[in-house]
Design a protein around this ligand. Structure first.
Ligand SMILES: [Zn+2]
Length: 274
């Protein structure tokens, strides 16, 4: 009996130690950056069910700085810095504009873009890769399927020229950025060949999931709508199932990166989630 109690106390003690250890080490901060505005004159392309036709909507483009004791990660790089000070640019149904560049916002919190260790983009669409060239000294973390698609033709290689000279870490499936499970890039293909989302474990806030473009708006998550322009709808639906399973099991706070309703409730610089 005494031996049993001893083992019990030992297990209890190590649980406490493990818990305490994790609490002490996890001082991760997530800063939310404004990476532009996308006014959409007709949302039709955002639902394969056809029910968004003629609906107008303004989407935001958001980017993230994740500060971990082992280094910084930039998640998504928004609309191009060249839009700054320009009249909103029109491209088909999209009218895009930018109020502040990422380096300007990082300066407000004394972060040098050239000292950012890692960058990663949820996927390679124009509104997520716009300011990559501001992070020339970073190592680019990229899913093998997305990397392959980005450089599959000469034309595409030119589009993604800003990525070419970056140090590059190509991974398959999910990727544990700092090796402790706290910041995970998750493989959620379908929107593009190698689309990813980001899962971050925070001490106070708990788990957060940054959606990439798995969903563009809260409504699409509720209605399970998939854009017409996705690479593969079936693949997207599989990723949605996987994403929702993770969101439920971790009781995650889901942040839909393009939805202004989600973004409006998040801390503004210099404040952060932790
Ligand atoms: Zn997007």
């Amino acid at each position: 009996m005494r031996k049993f109690i001893g083992i019990f106390l030992f297990v209890l003690g190590s649980m406490g130690a493990a818990y305490g250890h994790e609490e002490k080490d996890n001082n991760i901060r997530v800063y939310i950056l404004d990476c532009g505005t996308i006014a959409v004159s007709d949302m039709d392309a955002f639902s394969s069910s056809g029910d968004y036709a003629k609906i107008q909507k303004t989407l935001s483009s958001s980017c993230y700085l994740i500060r971990h004791e082992k280094g910084d990660l930039i998640w998504d790089t928004g609309l191009p810095a060249a839009l700054l000070g320009e009249k909103p640019a029109v491209n088909g149904v999209f009218t895009v504009s930018l109020k502040k560049t990422m380096p300007q916002q990082l300066k407000e919190i004394d972060v040098d873009p050239l000292k950012i260790k890692y960058i990663s983009v949820s996927h390679s669409h124009f509104d997520h890769v716009g300011q990559v060239s501001s992070f020339a000294k970073s190592t680019w973390l990229v899913n093998d399927k997305e990397e392959k698609a980005m450089f599959s033709t000469e034309e595409k290689s030119k589009t993604y020229a800003a990525f070419k000279d970056l140090k590059r870490k190509v991974f398959k499936g999910d990727y544990d950025v700092f090796g402790d499970g706290s910041v995970m890039i998750l493989d959620m293909p379908g929107h593009t060949e190698g689309h990813t989302v980001l899962k971050v474990k925070l001490k106070k806030t708990g788990v957060i999931l940054l959606s990439g473009d798995l969903y563009h708006q809260i409504k699409s998550r509720e209605l399970k709508r998939v854009p017409k322009f996705n690479y593969d709808e079936k693949m997207t639906r599989k990723s949605i199932k996987n994403f929702e399973k993770i969101a439920k099991s971790t009781n995650a706070k889901v942040i839909i990166q393009h939805d202004r309703r989600d973004l409006k409730n998040l801390p503004k610089l210099p404040n952060y989630l932790d």
